[in-house]
Design a protein around this ligand. Structure first.
Ligand code: ADP
Length: 386
C-alpha cells in the first residue's frame, strides 16, 4: 500500500484535491472526519470528555457541544493537555483501524490539515501539498465559505506558514489557478507517479531510471529532498540508524546525475539483512551487494534502489566505520571544501557522460570513473589498502 499524506493551509483546496484523488481510485482517510467520529454519541470518548470537563459539554441532542468543550478545555494549559491526552490516542487508534481496513488498497491518502504542524510527514511514502498563497486562501474563505475576515485571518495565523509546509512536502500541487488546471495536474500526478509508485511497491521492483544526463545543481533542491527522504527512512526504522546524504548530489555546486545517494550506517551486515524487509516496505527493495575498494578488495553492503518513479534514490546500507562508509563520508567532505578537486571531478564526469551518452545502461560510465575513485580511496582511506 502506498501511503500518502495530503495537506494544505485552510482554504487551499484540500477537500477539492482529495475528491479528485478519490475519483482516481485512491482511498481517502479524512483526519477531520475521524476527529468527529471518535466523539460521536455512543463513543466511550464522549463520556470520558463529560467526566473530565463536565456534563455541559454534551449538547441537548446527545452530541458534543464543541464551543462548551473549547471553553472548558482551552481555559488553561492543563485543560488543553488533558483534552489532547484524550483525543490524540483515540484518533491514532481509529486512524490505524482505517488503514488496516484498507490494507488491500493500492493508494491510501491521509488527508490531514495539521500534517506539518504535527510533524507527521516522515510517516508517509510521499507528502502532497495543496499550495495557494495565504492572501488568496483568505479571499476564498471569505467568498466561497462566507467566513468573516478576522475569523479567517485568525485561523490562517494559527497554522504553519507556506514556506514551512513547502520545506517538508514532496509534491506541490498549485491550486492558485482554475480548478480544471488542478484536476489536470492531479490526473498526471496519479498516472505518472502515484500509480506506478504503488505498483512498484507491491511488486517490490525498483523504478525505471533515466540515463546519465548531468544536471545543473542550481536547478535542483537535492539537499532539501535528501532531508525529506532521510526523515522518512529514520522514522521508518525507529530512529535507530544514522542516514547520510552522500555522492555527487551532496556536494554543493557539483553537476550530477539526478540521483540522490544515501548511506544508512548499521552496526554490522546482519543488521542490514534484518532491516531489508522494513526498507522494502518503505519503498526501497534491495539486494546484497559489495563495495569495491580497488585492487581486488571489497566489503559487503546492501544496496537498495527505490520504487518512486518521480525521484531516484540509491540507499547503501553499510557497516558504520567500514572503509567504504568512511570513504563515502570523506569524499563528500573533501569535495565540499576543495573547489579545485570538485572542478576536476566535474570535468571528468562531463567527459565520460559525453563518451557514454548513447548507452542505455550506466555501468560503462560508472566503471570508467573507477580509476579516479581508486586514487581518491588511496588518499582518503589509505589503511584499507594495507
Ligand atoms: P480546504 O479543504 O483545504 O480547507 P476547500 O477544498 O474547502 O479547502 O477549498 C476552499 C474553498 O475554495 C472552497 O469553497 C472551494 O470550493 C474553493 N476552491 C478550491 N479550489 C479552488 C480553485 N482552484 N479556484 C477557486 N476556488 C477554489
Amino acid at each position: 500500500m502506498l501511503r500518502i499524506g495530503l495537506t494544505g493551509g485552510i482554504g487551499a483546496g484540500k477537500s477539492t484535491v482529495s475528491a479528485i484523488l478519490a475519483e482516481h481510485g485512491a482511498v481517502i482517510i479524512d483526519a477531520d472526519k475521524i476527529a468527529r467520529e471518535v466523539v460521536a454519541p455512543g463513543e466511550p470518548l464522549l463520556e470520558e470528555l463529560a467526566r473530565t470537563f463536565g456534563d455541559q459539554v454534551i449538547a441537548a441532542d446527545g452530541g458534543l457541544d464543541r464551543p462548551r468543550l473549547a471553553a472548558a478545555a482551552f481555559a488553561d494549559e492543563e485543560g488543553t493537555a488533558a483534552l489532547n491526552g484524550l483525543m490524540h490516542p483515540a484518533i491514532r487508534t481509529r486512524t490505524a483501524e482505517h488503514f488496516e481496513e484498507n490494507s488491500d488498497a493500492e493508494v491510501v491518502v491521509h488527508d490531514v490539515p495539521l500534517l506539518v504542524e504535527n510533524a507527521m510527514t516522515p510517516a508517509y511514502h510521499l507528502n502532497l501539498l495543496v499550495d495557494v498563497p495565504a492572501d488568496l486562501r483568505l479571499q476564498r474563505l471569505m467568498d466561497a465559505r462566507g467566513m468573516d475576515r478576522a475569523d479567517a485571518q485568525a485561523r490562517i495565523a494559527r497554522q504553519a506558514g507556506d514556506d514551512e509546509r513547502r520545506a517538508v512536502c514532496d509534491v506541490i500541487i498549485d491550486n492558485a489557478g482554475a480548478v480544471e488546471d488542478t484536476q489536470a495536474a492531479v490526473s498526471h500526478l496519479v498516472s505518472d507517479r502515484l500509480l506506478p509508485f504503488a505498483e512498484n511497491l507491491r511488486l517490490q521492483r525498483r523504478a525505471e531510471r533515466g540515463g546519465i544526463e548531468l544536471c545543473d545543481p542550481a536547478e535542483a533542491d537535492w539537499s532539501g529532498e535528501a532531508a525529506r527522504i532521510i526523515a522518512k527512512l529514520r522514522h521508518g526504522t525507529d530512529d535507530r540508524y544514522d542516514v547520510e546524504h552522500i555522492g555527487s548530489t551532496a556536494i554543493p555546486g557539483l553537476v550530477a546525475k539526478d540521483v540522490i545517494d544515501l548511506q544508512m550506517l548499521v552496526p554490522d551486515q546482519a543488521a542490514a539483512d534484518t532491516l531489508a524487509p522494513r526498507l522494502a516496505d518503505l519503498g526501497y527493495p534491495g539486494a546484497a551487494g559489495v563495495d569495491h575498494l580497488g585492487e581486488g578488495e571489497h566489503t559487503a553492503k546492501r544496496f537498495h534502489a527505490n520504487t518512486d518513479p518521480g525521484r531516484a534514490v540509491n540507499l547503501h546500507v553499510r557497516t558504520a566505520g567500514s572503509a567504504s562508509a568512511r570513504f563515502a563520508t570523506e569524499f563528500v567532505s573533501l569535495l565540499s571544501r576543495d573547489r579545485g578537486e570538485r572542478d576536476r571531478y566535474a570535468e571528468l564526469k562531463r567527459e565520460l557522460a559525453e563518451k557514454y551518452a548513447g548507452e542505455a545502461r550506466t555501468e560503462g560510465y560508472a566503471d570508467a570513473k573507477e580509476p579516479y575513485f581508486l586514487m581518491m580511496r588511496r588518499a582518503l582511506v589509505p589503511e584499507s589498502f594495507a
